[in-house]
Design a protein around this ligand. Structure first.
Ligand SMILES: [Zn+2]
Length: 413
């Protein structure tokens, strides 16, 4: 990301008396490419990572990348094969639509993307309408001191009386559809509780903890400066690169190699030590506290993109949880429920063998250390055409189909 640094430095040099303000990265003309790496290609992979503006999808033999027009030729010369998945990333960004104007929670919230502050206001306003069975909860604090704000929802057993369902969104900053989707879950649970017996049964069965944006600093940075930012905003001593990947930082099998990066400039930088991202510490504390009290029935970590439902494990491709068959059954039925809404096809299976290896990931931690009965990662729409910058007109179809999948899981769990 050298060009961000350059523009920030220029801004501060020419307006020394003014507070320097980072310029927003302009992706006009940048292309998204799906590249195939040559066999046994760690060196080529490193060169690709250096050349591109962003690696979108941390795969092994295939990578989705965003590349500046001037670097396309050098990139295609490096790799074994490539195909264009988006001709103009800047133009795709325009299709995300204007930010929504804030109004009291209604279904129209799900027709546009929103600024960070409005997301927090949405949760507060939603909770204010249902004070007898919900509360705003704080899960932890970010590097820059923002709270990880969530909502707890309970039913007729009273607050904190049922097994926990924990849902995290937007751990990766650029995955904007995931906060919209997890907010839709909270919206459905609260607004339908009184009128829909099937929803009431779910709310009465569990205690929900939904945190739509667990990486607030990164999310804000993706809105102000770089739309394709992934990590948190933590600095690394002796290095100019910023950010840890919070979903490679969980203190379970963090030390295993091959599923995260030790390079602070990488999109999947794991950190200096297990659990050394403040955001991660908050999430770990939440999981540990609920494990030790009423237990965790279901953990969902909501990401984009790729259309996957992934079960443990990420760190070892041959290992399965003892209730793997039930995991696959829940995932299969959820995928069918999603397909029934809109025809959207999801792939499901164990994380490492289905997608790629990950270490220090949330679902490995919640399965083993958190003792959750079920742990899943959702990768929402699409399969790369728009990637993280899903157009505004796909928000409602996405949140609705995903909700059908989650309802199916809640019934089965
Ligand atoms: Zn993600």
């Amino acid at each position: 990301m050298k060009y961000i640094l350059t523009s920030a430095l220029l801004a501060s040099a020419s307006f020394a008396s003014v507070v320097p303000r980072a310029q927003k990265v302009d992706y006009t003309g940048f292309k998204a490419l799906r590249v195939t790496l040559p066999q046994g290609s760690d060196n080529v992979k490193a060169q690709v990572e250096n050349l591109v503006a962003h690696v979108l999808n941390p795969g092994q033999s295939e990578l989705d990348v965003v590349v500046a027009p001037k670097d396309v030729e050098a990139l295609t010369a490096l790799v074994a094969g490539s195909k264009v998945i988006n001709e103009d990333v800047g133009a795709a960004l325009a299709e995300e639509g204007e930010m929504g104007v804030y109004a009291v929670p209604s279904e129209s919230w799900f027709t546009a993307y929103h600024p960070y502050a409005d997301h927090i206001q949405f949760l507060r306003d939603l909770q204010a309408g249902y004070t007898s069975n919900s509360a705003i909860v704080t899960v932890g604090t970010s590097v820059q001191g923002r709270t990880l704000t969530g909502i707890q929802i309970w039913g007729n057993g009273g607050r904190g009386s049922r097994p926990a369902v924990i849902i995290h969104g937007n751990v990766h900053a650029r995955e904007w559809i995931t906060s919209m989707t997890t907010e839709y879950f909270a919206w459905q649970l609260l607004t339908k509780y009184a009128s829909d017996a099937s929803i009431k049964a779910l709310v009465d069965k569990f205690d929900f903890y939904i945190t739509p944006i667990v990486n607030p600093d990164g999310f804000l940075y993706s809105q102000t400066t770089d739309r394709l930012w992934r990590k948190n905003r933590q600095t690394v001593s002796g290095n100019t690169c910023v950010g840890r990947d919070i979903n490679r930082n969980w203190p379970f099998k963090w030390e295993v190699t091959g599923g995260a990066s030790t390079n602070p400039c990488s999109e999947t930088y794991k950190g200096v030590a297990a659990g050394d991202a403040p955001e991660n510490r908050g999430l770990v504390a939440q999981v540990n506290q609920l494990r030790g009290s009423r237990g965790i029935s279901l953990y969902l970590d909501v990401h984009s993109y790729g259309q996957y439902i992934l079960s443990p494990y990420g760190y070892q491709c041959n290992l399965r949880p003892e209730n793997d068959a039930q995991h696959q059954s829940l995932a299969s039925r959820a995928a069918a429920a999603i397909r029934a809404v809109s025809g959207t096809q999801y792939t499901f299976g164990p994380s490492c063998s289905t997608l790629y290896a990950t270490t220090g990931s949330s679902t490995d931690y919640t399965d083993v250390t958190g003792n959750a009965t079920y742990s899943f990662t959702y990768e929402l729409r699409d399969k790369g055409t728009y990637g993280f910058t899903l157009p505004a007109n796909q928000i409602q179809p996405t949140v609705r189909e995903t909700w059908a999948g989650v309802v199916s899981m809640l019934r089965d769990a």
